[in-house]
Design a protein around this ligand. Structure first.
Ligand SMILES: C[S@@+](CC[C@H](N)C(=O)[O-])C[C@H]1O[C@@H](n2cnc3c(N)ncnc32)[C@H](O)[C@@H]1O
Length: 322
C-alpha cells in the first residue's frame, strides 16, 4: 500500500528545495553505516563524517572482492577530494581560507592539519552540522585555527578582500543561487585569491526538448536533494558565469569519471552490506558481491546522477581574482 504520509513529505521536500532541512532531517554522513543526522555525534573528532562522493582516481576502488571494507574505502576517496581541492588552490602555510558548506568539518580538520593555513573560516546553513563540526575542531585542539559559523554562502558576513582561498566542496549545487555565491566569493577574495570548487553540472544542455513528464521527474528529484533549478548549468555556462562574476583564468576540469562510477559502486556496496546485516541468512554475501559487480559494470552514462538529476558532469572548478 502506498504510504500517503511519506509521499506527501517527499513532495513537500521537493517543493521546498531547502538544504538545511534536507541535511537536518534526511541525510547524514554517507559512511560508516549511513547514520541519520540525529544519530551523529562528535565522538573523538576523528570518525569520518564526510558527505561528498569521493575522488576515486588514485585510491582503492570498491569491487566484489573488497566490498566488505566499503566503510573504510569510501572515506579514503572522500578525503582525496579534499586534497584535490587543496592542491588545486595551492593551499599553504599562513593563508586565510573560507570554506562554504563544510558538512561535519572533515575537510577543515584535514586542511588545518596537513596544509597549515593561518585560519579557516567555515560557513554552513545546517545548524546541527555547525555544532558537531565545531565540537570536533575543539576536541582536536584546532579551534584556534578553525572557526565555524552558521550562515549562507550567498550572503557572506565578511568584508571585501579578507581571504586568500574560497572553497565550496560539493556544496554550491545547493546554494540559492550558485550565481549569488560567485558574486560573494569574488568580493571576499583578496586580489590574487583563488576560488576552488567541486560541483555537479551538465556536460551539454540535457534539458532542452524534454517532455513535460521528464521535466517534472527531474524537478522532483532535484528538489528532493535541495538543488535549485537555477543551478542547472552546463560546464560552458559555469565558466562563463565565473567570468561574469569578475574572475579570471576560470576553468572547469571534468573529473566525472573519477567520481560517479566509484561512488555508484560504493553506495551499492553500502546498501547491500547493510541489507545483509539486517536480513541475516536471507540476503547473503554472494548477493552483495553480485550487486557490487553489476554496479561496477554499469554504463557510466546510465548512472543515478545522470538519470535522476541530469547532472552528468562533475567539475573541478578553478578561478582567480586578478
Ligand atoms: C554534499 S554536502 C558537502 C559537505 C562537505 N563539503 C563534505 O564534503 O563532506 C553540502 C553542504 O553544503 C551545505 N550548504 C547548503 N547550502 C548552503 C549555503 N547556502 N551556504 C552554506 N552552506 C550550505 C550543507 O549544509 C552541507 O553541509
Amino acid at each position: 500500500m502506498v504510504d500517503v504520509l511519506k509521499v506527501a513529505k517527499n513532495l513537500r521536500n521537493a517543493l521546498l528545495v531547502d538544504p538545511a532541512r534536507f541535511y537536518t532531517n534526511d541525510v547524514g554522513p554517507w559512511v560508516p553505516g549511513m547514520p541519520l543526522p540525529n544519530q551523529v555525534r562528535a565522538g573523538t573528532g576523528r570518525e569520518p563524517l564526510w558527505l561528498n562522493l569521493g575522488y576515486w582516481r588514485d585510491v582503492e576502488k570498491v569491487d566484489e572482492n573488497n566490498c566488505e571494507r566499503v566503510g573504510e574505502l569510501f572515506p579514503a576517496a572522500q578525503s582525496q577530494m579534499a586534497h584535490l581541492l587543496a592542491k588545486t588552490a595551492r593551499l599553504g602555510e599562513g593563508q586565510t581560507v573560507l570554506d562554504c558548506g563544510f558538512g561535519y568539518g572533515d575537510q577543515d580538520i584535514l586542511w588545518a592539519e596537513k596544509y597549515k593555513p593561518a585560519r579557516i573560516t567555515g560557513i554552513n546553513v545546517t545548524p546541527t552540522q555547525v555544532r558537531i563540526a565545531s565540537e570536533r575542531a575543539k576536541l582536536l585542539g584546532l579551534d584556534g585555527v578553525i572557526r565555524l559559523m552558521e550562515g549562507s554562502a550567498t550572503q557572506l558576513p565578511f568584508g571585501a578582500g579578507e581571504f586568500d582561498v574560497v572553497f565550496a566542496l560539493e556544496s554550491a549545487l545547493h546554494f540559492k543561487t550558485r550565481r549569488d555565491f560567485l558574486r560573494e566569493a569574488f568580493r571576499v577574495l583578496r586580489p590574487g585569491g583563488r576560488l576552488v570548487m567541486a560541483d555537479m553540472c551538465m556536460k551539454t544542455d540535457r534539458e532542452a526538448g524534454l517532455t513535460l513528464r521528464r521535466r517534472l521527474h527531474l524537478r522532483y528529484w532535484r528538489g528532493r536533494i535541495a538543488m535549485p533549478e537555477a543551478n542547472m548549468w552546463t560546464s560552458h555556462r559555469f565558466v562563463s558565469e565565473l567570468g561574469q562574476a569578475g574572475f579570471q583564468n576560470a576553468r572547469l576540469e571534468s573529473i566525472a569519471l573519477d567520481v560517479y562510477p566509484g561512488a555508484n559502486t560504493a553506495f551499492t556496496a553500502l546498501h547491500s552490506v547493510t541489507r545483509m546485516q539486517r536480513e541475516p541468512g536471507t540476503f547473503t554475501m554472494e548477493q552483495v558481491r553480485a550487486n557490487v559487480k553489476k554496479a561496477r559494470e554499469m554504463d557510466p552514462n546510465q548512472l543515478f546522477w545522470h538519470m535522476q538529476y541530469n547532472t552528468d558532469e562533475y567539475g573541478l572548478v578553478y578561478a582567480e581574482k586578478a
